[in-house]
Design a protein around this ligand. Structure first.
Ligand SMILES: Cc1cc2nc3c(=O)[nH]c(=O)nc-3n(C[C@H](O)[C@H](O)[C@H](O)COP(=O)(O)OP(=O)(O)OC[C@H]3O[C@@H](n4cnc5c(N)ncnc54)[C@H](O)[C@@H]3O)c2cc1C
Length: 303
């Protein structure tokens, strides 16, 4: 219930204004966000790399209806990829198409995503498209198909909670296809998505099986230990070893588990958000775990 309220608040402009203006918010946000600038993002990638972890970097922002803002976001990604290359570091880019103009014009989003893919490619890296609410899935898969013509390593996040997902995964689980499987972080109606945690978890396992049995490269994005154990069983069953799949987790969440998996030989990629437009991302992280709300309230109370 609280989670649903927070997800509703994540789309509210009024709540956005109030929360963004609260004292101490920045300090709380820093638990989940690596900083505001390109320099902060590069520093986070350097720290993660030194700890034996990989990274994918997200320039915060979503749902823009302003074409200048969309162009600025693409430029920020290009600058980040250049800065990483100059620093001798490597990180992938995670891109929300709604941040580069998807709601204005799909072609605009495709062109900006192409610029980011080209910069990532020049830096020896690649891009994964994040998945947003269910109304954007067809458009995102369309843009993915177009990007893969020039940049075949472009990946995509797929949400296990959507009823349509097994069909999408069967199409995507092909040679060379990088797919990040997530449970799903948006508030969706029962007509399109599983609602209970148990149903979502079961759906995740069914989807994971399709990916692990297929020919693509599964990116298992979860902090859930039961799913990690099931991934290991499926890897065994389908003859996949360390380089054939990877784990992904969010910056600031279960850092000890990230390092443990990496020490065991797994590729563990940490999703590193940076930038000043943190509101939507931050609210989704609160919605995922009531304990995070208590942490937020304690910080506001100065304890
Ligand atoms: C790398 C990565 C990329 C993602 N990209 C997308 C995307 O493109 N689109 C999308 O819809 N969703 C995305 N998500 C979010 C995802 O959909 C889930 O909302 C989120 O990962 C929580 O699900 P879980 O699998 O960790 O399982 P849960 O059952 O939610 O959590 C399992 C355990 O993990 C820990 N945990 C989980 N979340 C938190 C948190 N916020 N704070 C503290 N502890 C926590 C807790 O110990 C919890 O018991 C992404 C997640 C990751 C890891």
């Amino acid at each position: 219930m609280l989670g649903q309220l927070l997800l509703a608040a994540s789309r509210s402009r009024l709540v956005r204004r109030s929360v963004s203006g609260l004292p101490l918010t920045r300090k709380v946000v820093d638990r989940f966000v690596a900083g505001e600038t390109t320099h902060d993002a590069v520093a986070a990638v350097r720290r993660l790399t030194a700890a034996g972890l990989s990274a994918t970097v997200d320039h915060l922002g979503e749902e823009t209806r302003d074409s200048a803002q969309a162009a600025a976001t693409a430029k920020a990604y290009v600058a980040l990829m250049d800065a990483l290359r100059e620093a001798g570091l490597r990180a992938e880019a995670s891109v929300k198409l709604s941040a580069v103009g998807q709601a204005i014009d799909e072609k605009m989003a495709l062109e900006h995503a192409r610029e980011i893919c080209a910069a990532a490619h020049a830096a020896g890296s690649m891009v994964t498209l994040d998945m947003e609410d269910h109304t954007t899935v067809d458009s995102t898969l369309e843009v993915l198909r177009a990007l893969r013509e020039d940049f075949p390593a472009t990946g995509v996040a797929i949400q296990a909670y959507l009823h349509r997902t097994p069909g999408d995964l069967r199409d995507l689980a092909v040679e060379g296809s990088r797919v990040r499987l997530v449970k799903g972080a948006y508030r969706e109606p029962a007509s399109v998505a599983h609602q209970s945690r148990t149903d979502v978890d079961r759906a995740y396992v069914r989807c994971l099986r399709i990916l692990m049995a297929g020919k693509g490269y599964p990116m298992v994005a979860t902090h859930d230990d039961r799913i990690i154990s099931i991934t290991e069983l499926l890897a065994d069953r389908f003859g996949r070893t360390f380089g054939d799949y990877e784990y992904q987790m969010l910056y600031g969440i279960r850092t000890d588990r990230q390092e443990e998996l990496a020490a065991a030989g797994h590729t563990v990629r940490v999703y590193v958000p940076y930038g000043d437009d943190w509101y939507g991302y931050f609210m989704r992280r609160l919605a995922e775990r009531p304990a995070n709300v208590a942490f937020f309230l304690r910080a506001l109370g100065g304890k």
